[in-house]
Write a protein that binds this ligand. Sequence first.
Ligand code: PBG
Length: 326
Amino acid sequence: MPFPAERPRRLRRTPAMRRLVSETTLEPRHLVLPLFIREGATEPRPVPSMPGVVQHTSETVRKVVVEAVEAGVGGLMLFAIPERKDASGSAAYDPDGALNTAIREVVGEVGAATVVMADLCLDEFTDHGHCGVLAADGTVDNDATLDAYRRMAVAQAEAGVHVVGPSGMMDGQVGAVREALDGAGFADVAVLAYAAKYASAFFGPFRDAVESSLTGDRRTYQQDPANAVEALREIRLDVDEGADMIMVKPAMSYLDVVTRAKDLVDVPVAAYQVSGEYAMIEAAAANGWIDRDRAVLESLTSIRRAGADIVLTYWAVEAAQRLSRG
Ligand code: PBG
Protein backbone atom coordinates (compact mmCIF):
# COMPACT_ATOMS: atom_id res chain seq x y z
CA MET A 1 0.00 0.00 0.00
CA PRO A 2 1.36 3.42 -0.90
CA PHE A 3 1.18 5.93 1.91
CA PRO A 4 -0.91 8.05 2.30
CA ALA A 5 -3.49 5.65 0.88
CA GLU A 6 -5.81 8.46 -0.11
CA ARG A 7 -4.90 11.95 -1.25
CA PRO A 8 -7.93 14.25 -1.04
CA ARG A 9 -5.68 17.21 -1.83
CA ARG A 10 -5.62 16.13 -5.52
CA LEU A 11 -9.10 17.58 -5.84
CA ARG A 12 -8.05 20.92 -4.33
CA ARG A 13 -4.99 21.53 -6.48
CA THR A 14 -6.30 24.10 -8.97
CA PRO A 15 -9.22 26.56 -9.10
CA ALA A 16 -10.72 24.56 -11.97
CA MET A 17 -10.56 21.34 -9.97
CA ARG A 18 -12.08 22.99 -6.92
CA ARG A 19 -14.87 24.41 -9.04
CA LEU A 20 -15.57 20.98 -10.54
CA VAL A 21 -16.03 19.31 -7.16
CA SER A 22 -17.76 22.14 -5.29
CA GLU A 23 -20.81 20.73 -3.48
CA THR A 24 -22.75 23.85 -2.57
CA THR A 25 -24.14 26.59 -4.78
CA LEU A 26 -24.90 30.12 -3.71
CA GLU A 27 -26.83 32.14 -6.25
CA PRO A 28 -28.65 35.48 -6.13
CA ARG A 29 -32.02 33.71 -6.30
CA HIS A 30 -31.30 31.99 -2.97
CA LEU A 31 -31.10 35.32 -1.15
CA VAL A 32 -33.91 37.35 0.41
CA LEU A 33 -33.35 40.95 1.50
CA PRO A 34 -35.04 42.15 4.70
CA LEU A 35 -35.98 45.86 4.54
CA PHE A 36 -37.11 48.38 7.14
CA ILE A 37 -39.47 51.17 6.12
CA ARG A 38 -40.13 53.97 8.58
CA GLU A 39 -43.53 55.62 8.36
CA GLY A 40 -43.35 59.36 7.78
CA ALA A 41 -39.56 59.41 7.38
CA THR A 42 -38.17 62.02 5.01
CA GLU A 43 -34.52 60.92 5.22
CA PRO A 44 -33.15 57.38 5.45
CA ARG A 45 -31.88 56.76 8.98
CA PRO A 46 -28.84 54.59 9.56
CA VAL A 47 -29.25 51.79 12.11
CA PRO A 48 -26.16 52.28 14.32
CA SER A 49 -25.78 48.62 15.31
CA MET A 50 -26.14 47.47 11.68
CA PRO A 51 -23.58 49.43 9.63
CA GLY A 52 -24.85 49.73 6.06
CA VAL A 53 -28.50 49.12 6.99
CA VAL A 54 -31.00 51.98 7.11
CA GLN A 55 -34.62 52.61 7.94
CA HIS A 56 -35.96 53.55 4.53
CA THR A 57 -38.32 56.30 3.49
CA SER A 58 -40.93 55.39 0.89
CA GLU A 59 -38.69 57.09 -1.66
CA THR A 60 -35.48 55.26 -0.81
CA VAL A 61 -37.13 51.88 -0.51
CA ARG A 62 -38.32 52.15 -4.11
CA LYS A 63 -34.74 52.65 -5.26
CA VAL A 64 -33.34 49.78 -3.25
CA VAL A 65 -35.97 47.29 -4.40
CA VAL A 66 -35.25 48.10 -8.03
CA GLU A 67 -31.56 47.56 -7.32
CA ALA A 68 -32.40 44.26 -5.59
CA VAL A 69 -34.39 43.07 -8.61
CA GLU A 70 -31.53 44.02 -10.91
CA ALA A 71 -29.15 42.05 -8.69
CA GLY A 72 -31.45 39.04 -9.10
CA VAL A 73 -32.34 38.47 -5.44
CA GLY A 74 -34.96 35.82 -4.78
CA GLY A 75 -37.17 37.98 -2.62
CA LEU A 76 -37.74 40.85 -0.22
CA MET A 77 -38.95 40.66 3.37
CA LEU A 78 -40.63 43.85 4.55
CA PHE A 79 -40.77 45.30 8.06
CA ALA A 80 -42.21 48.67 8.99
CA ILE A 81 -41.78 51.09 11.84
CA PRO A 82 -45.12 52.79 12.50
CA GLU A 83 -45.53 56.33 13.83
CA ARG A 84 -48.06 55.21 16.42
CA LYS A 85 -48.24 52.05 18.51
CA ASP A 86 -51.05 50.86 20.78
CA ALA A 87 -51.77 47.94 23.10
CA SER A 88 -53.42 45.82 20.41
CA GLY A 89 -51.05 46.72 17.57
CA SER A 90 -54.00 47.85 15.47
CA ALA A 91 -51.86 49.62 12.84
CA ALA A 92 -50.75 46.14 11.76
CA TYR A 93 -54.13 45.44 10.18
CA ASP A 94 -55.05 48.99 9.21
CA PRO A 95 -55.02 48.98 5.38
CA ASP A 96 -53.28 52.37 5.57
CA GLY A 97 -50.87 51.25 8.28
CA ALA A 98 -47.13 51.55 7.74
CA LEU A 99 -46.48 47.96 6.65
CA ASN A 100 -49.52 47.57 4.40
CA THR A 101 -48.70 50.86 2.70
CA ALA A 102 -45.11 49.74 2.20
CA ILE A 103 -46.29 46.44 0.69
CA ARG A 104 -48.49 48.32 -1.78
CA GLU A 105 -45.64 50.62 -2.77
CA VAL A 106 -43.07 47.86 -3.13
CA VAL A 107 -45.38 45.57 -5.11
CA GLY A 108 -46.27 48.58 -7.26
CA GLU A 109 -42.60 49.07 -7.97
CA VAL A 110 -41.39 45.49 -8.58
CA GLY A 111 -44.59 43.72 -9.64
CA ALA A 112 -43.84 40.04 -10.11
CA ALA A 113 -40.10 40.52 -10.79
CA THR A 114 -39.22 39.22 -7.34
CA VAL A 115 -41.13 37.71 -4.43
CA VAL A 116 -42.50 40.26 -1.97
CA MET A 117 -42.86 38.92 1.56
CA ALA A 118 -43.91 40.66 4.76
CA ASP A 119 -43.29 39.91 8.40
CA LEU A 120 -46.58 39.02 10.05
CA CYS A 121 -46.23 39.85 13.73
CA LEU A 122 -47.48 42.48 16.14
CA ASP A 123 -44.23 43.45 17.86
CA GLU A 124 -43.50 46.51 15.73
CA PHE A 125 -47.03 47.76 16.34
CA THR A 126 -47.66 47.15 20.05
CA ASP A 127 -46.70 49.75 22.65
CA HIS A 128 -45.50 46.94 24.96
CA GLY A 129 -43.41 45.40 22.16
CA HIS A 130 -44.68 41.83 22.46
CA CYS A 131 -45.52 39.76 19.41
CA GLY A 132 -49.09 39.31 20.63
CA VAL A 133 -51.81 41.02 22.60
CA LEU A 134 -51.72 40.81 26.38
CA ALA A 135 -54.27 39.24 28.72
CA ALA A 136 -55.36 41.06 31.90
CA ASP A 137 -52.57 39.37 33.85
CA GLY A 138 -49.92 40.68 31.42
CA THR A 139 -49.19 37.36 29.73
CA VAL A 140 -49.37 37.02 25.94
CA ASP A 141 -52.85 35.79 24.98
CA ASN A 142 -52.28 33.17 22.26
CA ASP A 143 -55.78 32.87 20.84
CA ALA A 144 -56.63 36.58 20.95
CA THR A 145 -53.39 37.14 19.06
CA LEU A 146 -54.47 34.67 16.37
CA ASP A 147 -57.47 36.90 15.64
CA ALA A 148 -55.13 39.84 15.07
CA TYR A 149 -52.89 37.70 12.84
CA ARG A 150 -55.90 36.68 10.73
CA ARG A 151 -56.78 40.32 10.12
CA MET A 152 -53.15 41.17 9.45
CA ALA A 153 -52.84 38.38 6.87
CA VAL A 154 -55.88 39.57 4.98
CA ALA A 155 -54.71 43.21 5.09
CA GLN A 156 -51.29 42.21 3.73
CA ALA A 157 -52.90 40.10 1.00
CA GLU A 158 -55.17 42.98 0.03
CA ALA A 159 -52.07 45.15 -0.22
CA GLY A 160 -50.67 42.66 -2.74
CA VAL A 161 -48.12 40.67 -0.76
CA HIS A 162 -47.00 37.40 -2.36
CA VAL A 163 -45.92 35.64 0.84
CA VAL A 164 -46.79 36.27 4.48
CA GLY A 165 -44.24 35.40 7.15
CA PRO A 166 -45.91 34.72 10.50
CA SER A 167 -43.10 35.21 13.01
CA GLY A 168 -44.79 35.51 16.40
CA MET A 169 -44.43 31.86 17.49
CA MET A 170 -48.07 31.63 18.62
CA ASP A 171 -49.54 28.12 18.62
CA GLY A 172 -51.80 27.61 15.62
CA GLN A 173 -50.67 30.76 13.82
CA VAL A 174 -50.04 29.09 10.47
CA GLY A 175 -53.42 27.36 10.41
CA ALA A 176 -55.18 30.57 11.46
CA VAL A 177 -53.47 32.64 8.79
CA ARG A 178 -54.04 29.99 6.07
CA GLU A 179 -57.73 29.77 6.93
CA ALA A 180 -58.14 33.56 6.95
CA LEU A 181 -56.40 33.93 3.59
CA ASP A 182 -58.46 31.18 1.99
CA GLY A 183 -61.67 32.56 3.47
CA ALA A 184 -60.96 36.00 2.02
CA GLY A 185 -60.23 34.66 -1.47
CA PHE A 186 -56.43 34.69 -1.19
CA ALA A 187 -55.70 31.01 -1.71
CA ASP A 188 -52.70 32.01 -3.85
CA VAL A 189 -50.88 33.91 -1.12
CA ALA A 190 -48.17 31.63 0.31
CA VAL A 191 -47.09 31.20 3.93
CA LEU A 192 -43.44 31.19 4.96
CA ALA A 193 -43.63 30.04 8.56
CA TYR A 194 -41.01 31.20 11.02
CA ALA A 195 -41.34 27.71 12.44
CA ALA A 196 -38.30 27.37 14.65
CA LYS A 197 -37.55 30.78 16.04
CA TYR A 198 -35.39 31.02 19.13
CA ALA A 199 -35.39 33.51 22.00
CA SER A 200 -32.04 34.76 20.76
CA ALA A 201 -29.63 37.47 21.85
CA PHE A 202 -28.70 37.74 18.17
CA PHE A 203 -31.89 39.74 17.51
CA GLY A 204 -30.42 42.64 19.50
CA PRO A 205 -29.61 45.03 16.63
CA PHE A 206 -32.97 44.33 14.96
CA ARG A 207 -34.71 45.73 18.01
CA ASP A 208 -32.82 48.98 17.37
CA ALA A 209 -33.74 48.82 13.71
CA VAL A 210 -37.47 48.63 14.46
CA GLU A 211 -37.30 50.81 17.59
CA SER A 212 -38.76 47.99 19.66
CA SER A 213 -40.64 48.94 22.81
CA LEU A 214 -40.04 45.58 24.45
CA THR A 215 -38.96 45.31 28.04
CA GLY A 216 -38.39 41.78 29.26
CA ASP A 217 -38.09 38.90 26.83
CA ARG A 218 -40.01 36.56 24.54
CA ARG A 219 -39.23 33.29 26.28
CA THR A 220 -42.87 32.27 26.71
CA TYR A 221 -43.27 32.03 22.95
CA GLN A 222 -39.85 31.87 21.25
CA GLN A 223 -37.85 28.69 21.73
CA ASP A 224 -35.18 27.81 24.23
CA PRO A 225 -31.78 27.80 22.42
CA ALA A 226 -31.09 24.45 24.10
CA ASN A 227 -33.83 22.65 22.17
CA ALA A 228 -33.68 21.00 18.74
CA VAL A 229 -36.24 18.20 19.04
CA GLU A 230 -38.81 20.82 19.99
CA ALA A 231 -37.91 22.71 16.82
CA LEU A 232 -38.77 19.63 14.77
CA ARG A 233 -42.14 19.52 16.50
CA GLU A 234 -42.79 23.19 15.68
CA ILE A 235 -41.78 22.56 12.05
CA ARG A 236 -44.00 19.48 11.74
CA LEU A 237 -46.96 21.40 13.16
CA ASP A 238 -46.45 24.30 10.77
CA VAL A 239 -46.26 22.03 7.74
CA ASP A 240 -49.39 20.20 8.92
CA GLU A 241 -51.16 23.55 9.30
CA GLY A 242 -50.34 24.45 5.71
CA ALA A 243 -46.96 26.21 5.66
CA ASP A 244 -45.63 26.41 2.09
CA MET A 245 -42.09 27.04 3.33
CA ILE A 246 -40.57 26.95 6.79
CA MET A 247 -37.81 28.96 8.40
CA VAL A 248 -35.17 28.45 11.07
CA LYS A 249 -33.99 31.59 12.82
CA PRO A 250 -31.28 32.65 13.66
CA ALA A 251 -29.14 30.74 11.17
CA MET A 252 -25.50 30.39 12.13
CA SER A 253 -25.88 29.19 15.72
CA TYR A 254 -28.64 26.82 14.61
CA LEU A 255 -27.18 25.09 11.56
CA ASP A 256 -27.89 21.70 13.14
CA VAL A 257 -31.56 22.65 13.24
CA VAL A 258 -31.42 23.73 9.58
CA THR A 259 -30.02 20.34 8.60
CA ARG A 260 -32.57 18.42 10.63
CA ALA A 261 -35.38 20.58 9.22
CA LYS A 262 -34.22 19.87 5.67
CA ASP A 263 -34.20 16.13 6.39
CA LEU A 264 -37.67 16.29 7.93
CA VAL A 265 -39.83 18.21 5.48
CA ASP A 266 -40.65 18.29 1.79
CA VAL A 267 -41.19 22.05 1.59
CA PRO A 268 -38.42 24.62 1.01
CA VAL A 269 -36.39 25.48 4.10
CA ALA A 270 -35.32 29.05 4.75
CA ALA A 271 -32.82 30.30 7.31
CA TYR A 272 -32.60 33.88 8.55
CA GLN A 273 -29.12 35.26 9.09
CA VAL A 274 -30.25 37.76 11.69
CA SER A 275 -29.16 41.23 12.70
CA GLY A 276 -26.66 40.09 15.33
CA GLU A 277 -24.96 37.72 12.90
CA TYR A 278 -24.62 40.61 10.46
CA ALA A 279 -23.40 42.99 13.16
CA MET A 280 -20.74 40.57 14.43
CA ILE A 281 -19.09 40.21 11.04
CA GLU A 282 -19.35 43.93 10.25
CA ALA A 283 -17.90 44.87 13.64
CA ALA A 284 -15.01 42.42 13.39
CA ALA A 285 -14.29 43.64 9.87
CA ALA A 286 -14.42 47.30 10.94
CA ASN A 287 -11.73 46.47 13.48
CA GLY A 288 -9.60 44.84 10.82
CA TRP A 289 -9.95 41.48 12.56
CA ILE A 290 -11.60 39.57 9.73
CA ASP A 291 -11.68 39.69 5.92
CA ARG A 292 -15.19 41.06 5.52
CA ASP A 293 -15.92 40.06 1.94
CA ARG A 294 -14.75 36.49 2.40
CA ALA A 295 -16.53 36.16 5.74
CA VAL A 296 -19.82 37.33 4.21
CA LEU A 297 -19.80 34.75 1.41
CA GLU A 298 -18.44 32.01 3.68
CA SER A 299 -21.26 32.59 6.16
CA LEU A 300 -23.91 32.44 3.43
CA THR A 301 -22.36 29.35 1.84
CA SER A 302 -22.31 27.62 5.23
CA ILE A 303 -26.02 28.24 5.71
CA ARG A 304 -26.71 26.79 2.26
CA ARG A 305 -24.42 23.81 2.95
CA ALA A 306 -26.35 23.09 6.16
CA GLY A 307 -29.46 22.63 4.01
CA ALA A 308 -31.16 26.00 3.61
CA ASP A 309 -32.81 26.48 0.24
CA ILE A 310 -33.36 30.16 0.96
CA VAL A 311 -31.25 32.55 3.05
CA LEU A 312 -32.54 35.83 4.42
CA THR A 313 -29.61 38.20 4.78
CA TYR A 314 -29.00 41.92 5.04
CA TRP A 315 -26.15 41.40 2.56
CA ALA A 316 -28.50 40.02 -0.12
CA VAL A 317 -27.96 42.75 -2.71
CA GLU A 318 -24.22 43.07 -2.22
CA ALA A 319 -23.73 39.31 -2.20
CA ALA A 320 -25.93 38.86 -5.28
CA GLN A 321 -23.94 41.50 -7.15
CA ARG A 322 -20.64 39.90 -6.20
CA LEU A 323 -21.87 36.42 -7.13
CA SER A 324 -23.02 37.54 -10.58
CA ARG A 325 -19.68 39.24 -11.19
CA GLY A 326 -18.11 35.86 -10.32
C1 PBG B 1 -40.46 39.71 14.89
C2 PBG B 1 -39.13 39.55 14.27
C3 PBG B 1 -37.87 39.69 14.87
C4 PBG B 1 -36.91 39.48 13.88
C5 PBG B 1 -37.61 39.22 12.71
N1 PBG B 1 -38.97 39.22 12.98
C6 PBG B 1 -37.50 40.13 16.23
C7 PBG B 1 -37.84 39.38 17.41
O1 PBG B 1 -38.42 38.31 17.38
O2 PBG B 1 -37.51 39.93 18.47
C8 PBG B 1 -35.44 39.54 14.08
C9 PBG B 1 -34.62 39.71 12.84
C10 PBG B 1 -33.20 40.05 13.08
O3 PBG B 1 -32.69 40.04 14.20
O4 PBG B 1 -32.52 40.34 12.07
N2 PBG B 1 -41.27 40.60 14.18
